[in-house]
Design a protein around this ligand. Sequence first.
Ligand code: HEM
Length: 358
Amino acid sequence: MMRIISSLSSESKLVDLSALIMSLSSSIICKIGFGKSYKADERSYEFSTSRFQGLLQETQAVLTAFFFSDYLPYMGWIDKINGASSKLERVFRQLDEFYQEIITTHLDSHKQKSEQQQDIIDVLLQLRKENKVPFDLTLDHIKAVLMNIFVAGTDTSAATVVWAMTELMKNPHVMKKVQEEVRKLIKDQECSATFIQEEQLHHLIYLKAVVKETFRLHPPSPLLVPRQTMQECTLGGYQIDQGTLVFINAWAIGRDPESWDNPETFLPERFLGSPNPIDYKGQDFELIPFGAGRRGCPGMVLGVTTIELALANLLCFFDWELPASIKKEDIDMDTLPGITAHKKKALCLSATNFIGLQ
Ligand code: HEM
């Protein structure tokens, strides 16, 4: 990714950060999930994940589509007539074939892999073989785990990096401060032109505050994942029946003036200074981009590390500018409808090499 940006920068071409970051994120998930590394094509700067990305888009579309049977079960027959059910079944079949192919390839491969080389499918197949779980772990279970990881893990991180860069372009004083921090890290460690590594991220206190503030204003899953009540309860004076579908509005919680001063302002400093600043780990209910409790996000550490690493390196190695025709006040902040809140218009910026890449 960094080299592609560098070569676009030397040709004075705009960088489509939305596309580039999405490709990076799906490449990371593919590598972790089924051990495939996709190299970016330097010309088109697209990763060859097209089948995976196409399937993912279709899956997201059916997941967020309206089904009568979900809300008005007695009208579920309409889903059959308007084609919604058959589309759902087609996407399900395609995904099933996709996962089956990858699992079969893993089963057929007799290559010995070290622990470091193992991907998630290797680990799950090993658990299945050694009967290490207290139930019968079937291939369908493994496919369901893969499904969760791919749908939940791919574009949440990408959307956050794009929103963070968008807010930084709108708030140049924050951009300046965070760039000073990451560049000081490289300077202090006398390792210019090598990328910032995971082990160095704990030094980047202000960058971490920028990421938190981005989660507050732009939680990638604004309504988390729907829950169903297991028993009747009363909440805020309302009686809620057992089996009611509940949506939690993390987006509104992050902008609640009762919890946040100047809630609409992008102000990473709000997370600095106090001995116990609010965190997103599921203990402070004012900030819950990863949900909370038993069904909270298990990919939080991977997601945050991906975001921080991508941002730290983008900000360290390049200076960023808006295209000449756009002022910072005019940056489009609209969100695409869908399960993940992506920026509607792609973020296209011009990059200048600040430090040459080796
Ligand atoms: C910025 C990155 C991410 C955000 C903001 C995010 C957010 C969320 C949220 C809000 C939920 C629902 C939690 C709830 O309702 O309480 C969730 C669930 C989940 N996430 Fe993430 N996620 C991210 C990255 C990832 C990654 C990288 C993975 C895996 C590779 C992942 C895997 C999952 C899975 C498997 C679930 C379902 C858990 C369950 O149902 O028990 N997520 N995520």
